[in-house]
Design a protein around this ligand. Structure first.
Ligand code: ZN
Length: 499
């Protein structure tokens, strides 16, 4: 099969000329493309070499290093490092489902990610068809925001990507890379991702370059490298998996064990199948509402002739219904400002929807250039609200402090300094209402829980900032959890309020 491909490559003079150009390009190590060859034949050749044809399920275990995409300490910095103590990935290609069981811990204190500052965390993550969920002790929690990434991950696995290439009738080209001839299979999974699969002369999948929709960046480039192939019961599987997203590494795994055609039965829990986005609005004070109902909350504030939305989290799927609910609280008033607590993607993924709505983004100054570039990136693969609106983002940059006022109500926006969670971090204070709005610096424990023996560094840092700025606070409206009196922050951090 490979010989046939070479023959085709050498025969026509036009291709010969391309090969010559390729020869020059090899020096620059950039590779180059020759005209199309038979895509179906190339997929068949790779499937044969990889043992993909009769592979319906696969399970592998691995360990190594991970990095938390979207949770950088400073926007543009590498993603924060984590240790992947163990990861078991179970794949069922026939039912388009995947389960990841991961035990991890932080490898550096700075940055976000929802992982404890100390100790290990166990995550159990699923996707099946167009549904994603996480399994926790309390039950299955639907995670619609994880669908795009998990569907993508499932179909760029070494064998999954060949099945996806076949399903989507990939076009094939030969390329010269580093002195070797490789095949590039190019395809799009409609509405999900685009991919180029680099297959070596031996028929093994070396690399997948893909592009995926992203709630903050519009679309993002992912490079996944597979190397150190070994045989596992007639199936070839890499011993090493490396992945980068938006130019920074997210995964460096050593594969320990591979089980082809293992029993992988993944059933969608009823609670996940019937889950719908829920938005609740609870009045905190005149013209101030706590907008909850999901994992990431917002606060709506009514001004004389407009509304201010504090936080546009997750994605269009969350922020669009939040915007609709907030506008219904004060009919006729537009949302003129959206205040962003910080650049972590789970807290900024709805900003594009808010920009589409015409809101000016209020964010810490260090985030502006990053968001500007991100929001100018068109979402082509899965056009979002911003793409459909054709709007451009407007920003109001906050250094250490900014205020929004209509003459009656004041909204003070302060920078949280000295945090390990994020460097360009804002909190919102309503001085008249004595309400503090913050994200991730403090998430209240369940009612009546014992304070942790070692106070959480983020909680302590928030107290330091409240005291440094001498803020008058009676209640905290956290963007995770529930509204609590200030005293609860102090008792959780085992501190006494300053007199
Ligand atoms: Zn965060």
């Amino acid at each position: 099969m490979h010989g046939v491909q070479r023959l085709r490559f050498r025969l026509p003079p036009r291709i010969g000329a391309a090969a010559l150009v390729c020869g020059a390009a090899v020096v620059a190590a950039v590779g180059c493309a020759a005209p199309d060859i038979d895509g179906a034949a190339e997929i068949a050749r790779a499937s044969q070499a990889m043992g993909a044809a009769n592979l319906k399920t696969l399970r592998y275990t691995a360990d190594g290093t991970g990095y938390t995409f979207g949770q950088a300490f400073v926007p543009g910095m590498p993603w924060p490092k984590i240790t992947v103590h163990a990861m078991t990935r179970s794949l069922n290609y026939d039912t388009a489902s995947m389960r990841d069981e991961i035990t991890l811990s932080r490898a550096e204190p700075r940055g976000g990610g929802g992982y404890p500052l100390q100790g290990e965390q166990r995550n159990d993550q699923f996707v099946s068809g167009a549904l994603a969920w996480n399994q926790a002790a309390a039950g299955a929690a639907a995670g619609p925001r994880f669908v795009a990434d998990r569907v993508h991950q499932l179909w760029i696995t070494p064998h999954g990507v060949l099945k996806a290439a076949q399903r989507n009738k990939a076009a094939a080209q030969t390329r010269s890379e580093g002195g070797a001839t490789v095949t590039a299979l190019k395809f799009g999974e409609p509405g999900r991702f685009e991919a180029t699969v680099i297959v070596g002369a031996d028929g093994l999948v070396q690399r997948v370059e893909s592009r995926v929709p992203d709630a903050v960046l519009g679309e993002v480039d992912v490079v996944t490298r597979y190397s150190g192939y070994r045989d596992a019961g007639g199936v070839r599987f890499p011993g090493r998996i490396e992945q980068s997203v938006a130019g920074h590494p997210v995964l460096e795994l050593a594969v320990r064990e591979v089980q082809p055609n293992a029993a992988v039965d993944i059933a969608v829990p009823d609670a996940v199948r019937s889950a719908a986005e829920r938005v609740t609005t609870d009045k905190l004070a005149d013209g101030v509402w706590y907008v909850g109902g999901g994992s990431h909350h917002s606060v709506a504030i009514e001004m004389r002739d407009h509304l201010v939305l504090v936080e546009a989290p997750l994605n269009d799927g969350r922020t669009a219904p939040v915007i609709a609910a907030v506008k219904a609280l004060a009919p006729g008033k537009p949302i003129r400002y959206v205040i962003n607590s910080h650049s972590h993607f789970d807290h900024s993924g709805g900003l594009r929807a808010a920009v589409a709505e015409g809101a000016t983004v209020v964010t810490q100054a260090a985030n502006v250039a990053y968001f500007e570039r991100a929001f100018a990136t068109p979402a082509r693969i899965a056009p979002d609200r911003l793409a459909q609106s054709g709007r451009r983002a407007a920003f109001l940059a906050v250094n250490d402090k900014a205020s929004l006022s209509d003459g009656a109500r004041t909204i003070d926006i302060h920078r949280i300094t000295g945090s390990v969670h994020n460097d360009s971090f804002l909190m919102v204070h309503l001085p008249n209402e004595k309400i503090l709005i913050e994200a991730d610096a403090y998430t209240p424990q369940p009612p009546n829980a014992q304070p942790p023996a070692v106070p959480n560094a983020n909680n302590v840092n928030l107290i330091d900032n409240i005291e440094r700025l001498k803020l008058q606070v009676e209640r905290i409206a956290p963007l995770h959890g529930r509204v609590v009196p200030l005293a609860e922050l102090y008792s959780t951090a085992r501190r006494s309020p300053a007199r």
